[in-house]
Design a protein around this ligand. Structure first.
Ligand code: BJW
Length: 301
C-alpha cells in the first residue's frame, strides 16, 4: 500500500472506468460535522441515533430540529476544493461516477454533473409525506421550512434575554441578535408542538419528513439500479476512490468490494489512517492521509 501521488496519477490517467465513494469527511473542511468520532454528537444525541425512523416516530420535533439545523448549516456552507475537483473530473471523464453518501448538496453546488452523481442517502433538501396513503415528495430549500424551526437567537432564549435586557435596551438587543448554536447541549432549545412541524401540502394530513435514507430503510431503487448497471456494464473497473468515509454503512460500503471484484485498485483519502474499508487494503492500493479538501485537488490535478 502506497501514498505515492505519481503512481496514482499514472493509474488515474490510464483509467477508463472510475468510481468515487464519498462520505462526510469530504465536507468536513466546509464546516459540516461527520457522523462518527468527534462532531458526531448533536446536543446529547449520537447523530446516528437520530437518523432512524424510530427516532422520528418517537420524537418528530427533535428529529426535525436536528435536520432543520443541518439544512441551515449546509446552506450557509460552501463547497470546498475537493467538491470542485471531483466535479471537474466528472465533467471531463466519460467513465466516472461518484456515489455520494452525503446529503448536504455541496457536490451539486460545485456543479458536479447530476448524471455523474448518485445520491445514495437522499438529500436534506428533499421532503416527503409520511402518510401511507400519500406519495408527495418534493425539493424544498426553504430555511426554515416552517417558522417554528427557525434557529433561535439569544433574544429568543428566555434566560439570556433577561440578562441582555438588564444591560441594554430592547432596540440594541434586537440589532445584535445572534443565532444560538443549538448543536450544543448547554444551549437553549425551544420545545415545538407537532402541529407546528411541516405538513404535507397535498394530503394536508401527513407530517413531512426529510427525504434522506435512515437506517433500516431501502436506498432509492433508481440510484441502486444506476450504480449496479455502471458496475455490471463495466468489463473492468480500474479505480475506486474512497473519500472521507468510514465505509462502515451498507450497502454503500460494499461498493468497494464490488469494484475490487471487477479489478479496481483502491485509493483511500481519509484524515484517519485507521479508517480502512472493511476488506482492508492491499499492496497495490493507495492511502492518502489528511484533509480531503487539500488532498483530492492535489491528486486529481
Ligand atoms: C475526513 C475528514 C477530512 C473526517 N478529510 N476525511 C450488511 C451488514 C450489516 C448491516 C447491514 C448490512 N446491510 C444493511 C445493513 C444495515 C444498515 C447498516 O449498514 N448498518 C451498519 C451500521 C452496519 N444499513 C441500512 O440500514 C441501509 N439500508 C439498507 O441496507 O436497506 C436494506 C436493509 C434494511 C434492513 C436490513 C437489511 C437491509 C440504510 C443506511 C442509511 C444510512 N443513513 C445515514 C443517515 C443519512 C441521513 C443523514 O445524513 O442524516 O447516512 S447514517 C450516516 O452514515 C449517513 C452517512 O451517509 C453514513 C456514512 O457515514 P460517513 O459519510 O462515512 O461518515 P462517518 O462519520 O462515518 O465517517 C467520516 C469519515 O471521514 C471518517 O473516516 C473520518 O476519519 C473522515 N474524515 N474529516 C478526509 N477533513
Amino acid at each position: 500500500m502506497s501514498s505515492d501521488i505519481e503512481s496514482f496519477t499514472a493509474h488515474l490517467q490510464s483509467s477508463k472506468r472510475i468510481l468515487a465513494l464519498l462520505g462526510a469527511g469530504l465536507s468536513a473542511s466546509s464546516g459540516l460535522p461527520t457522523f462518527r468520532g468527534t462532531g458526531g454528537l448533536w446536543r446529547t444525541h449520537d447523530a446516528i441515533s437520530l437518523a432512524t425512523p424510530e427516532a422520528f416516530a418517537r420524537n418528530p420535533a427533535l428529529v426535525w430540529q436536528f435536520y432543520s439545523y443541518r439544512r441551515h448549516m449546509a446552506l450557509k456552507a460552501s463547497p470546498n476544493r475537493a467538491h470542485f475537483a471531483l466535479a471537474e473530473l466528472a465533467a471531463k471523464h466519460p467513465g466516472f461516477l461518484a456515489l455520494s453518501q452525503n446529503v448536504d448538496g455541496l457536490s451539486q453546488r460545485a456543479k458536479h454533473p447530476p448524471e455523474k452523481l448518485q445520491l445514495l442517502h437522499g438529500s436534506l433538501f428533499n421532503v416527503k409525506c409520511t402518510s401511507f396513503y400519500c406519495s408527495y415528495h418534493a425539493e424544498n430549500f426553504t430555511d426554515p421550512i416552517v417558522p417554528a424551526l427557525k434557529i433561535p437567537t439569544d433574544e429568543s432564549d428566555p434566560t439570556t434575554k433577561e440578562a441582555r435586557h438588564a444591560v441594554s435596551d430592547a432596540l440594541h438587543a434586537k440589532q445584535n441578535q445572534k443565532e444560538l448554536d443549538i448543536a450544543d447541549a448547554q444551549v437553549y432549545l425551544p420545545s415545538i408542538q407537532v402541529s407546528d412541524l411541516p405538513k404535507c401540502p397535498e394530503c394536508r394530513e401527513g407530517l413531512l419528513r426529510p427525504g434522506v435514507v435512515w437506517f433500516g430503510e431501502s436506498l432509492p431503487s433508481k440510484v441502486l439500479n444506476t450504480v449496479d448497471k455502471f458496475i455490471s456494464d463495466s468489463d473492468k473497473i480500474d479505480l475506486i476512490m474512497v473519500i472521507g468515509t468510514s465505509a462502515s454503512v451498507y450497502p454503500a460500503a460494499a461498493y468497494v468490494d464490488n469494484a475490487r471484484a471487477k479489478g479496481a485498485r483502491v485509493a483511500v483519502i481519509n484524515a484517519d489512517r485507521a479508517d480502512e474499508p472493511a476488506g482492508g487494503l492491499r499492496d497495490n492500493d493507495w492511502f492518502f492521509e489528511g484533509d480531503a479538501a487539500q488532498i483530492v485537488p492535489e491528486i486529481l490535478k
